[in-house]
Design a protein around this ligand. Structure first.
Ligand code: URA
Length: 197
């Protein structure tokens, strides 16, 4: 889809200019651009940056539960992030570690995400965690309030809020709730005719 490719090129040029002389490594969306279900995460991590795709490595493993419960394949989805580069902070020695994206970074990426989703035209957007929940809904909700529910996106389409798959690894008590939310999403997707019965 060339429009999407052009959008990603324009986005990279914009941020290259903004952060010059710093060079970021961008991770744009991946999957079927015609997919009716689009997943939106927070920001890429180390593996994503190395492989150039969202939710690979450990984060990809965390997403497996979503695929298992819904019966959807990665190829039937489009997966992207709010922030398209890995937010890092200095760690020990020369190393860096992940940090959450800042409010400013999220704000700068918002118009790009809006344009990306307008080109993709999904039937439903699934947000993974707080950052995409707030970005896509345009509301200052918390995932604790909104998880497992269908909402209206800030730009007019349907969205469904899920916990970030990594949060289940950090907080195993959420697992049961996450599984219930996945079942609720699968039900919603079936009702919308997006999945096999
Ligand atoms: N990897 C991604 O691509 N996005 C996330 O939100 C987390 C890990």
């Amino acid at each position: 889809m060339t429009k999407l490719k052009h959008l990603y090129e324009d986005c990279a040029a914009y941020f290259d200019d903004l952060y010059a002389p710093d060079k970021k490594v961008y991770v744009f969306g991946d999957g079927d651009p015609e997919a009716r279900i689009v997943l939106v995460g927070e920001a890429p991590g180390e593996q994503e940056t190395l492989l150039g795709k969202p939710f690979v490595g450990r984060a990809g493993k965390n997403l497996d539960e979503f695929l298992r419960v819904t019966g959807l394949g990665r190829g039937e989805l489009y997966i992207t992030n709010v922030v398209k580069f890995r937010p890092v902070r200095p760690s020990s020695g020369q190393r860096v570690s992940n940090r959450p994206p800042t409010r400013e970074e999220i704000g700068l990426f918002l118009p790009w995400l809006k344009r990306e989703l307008a080109l993709l035209e999904p039937s439903i957007i699934v947000t993974l965690g707080n950052v995409p929940l707030r970005a896509v809904s345009g509301r200052s909700l918390t995932i604790g309030q909104a998880h497992g529910t269908k909402l209206e996106s800030a730009w007019g389409g349907e969205m469904f809020a899920l916990y970030h798959p990594a949060s289940i690894v950090y907080n195993p008590k959420l697992k049961e709730t996450y599984l219930q939310d996945l079942a609720a999403f699968a039900q919603t997707a079936r009702e919308m005719g997006l999945m096999r019965p």
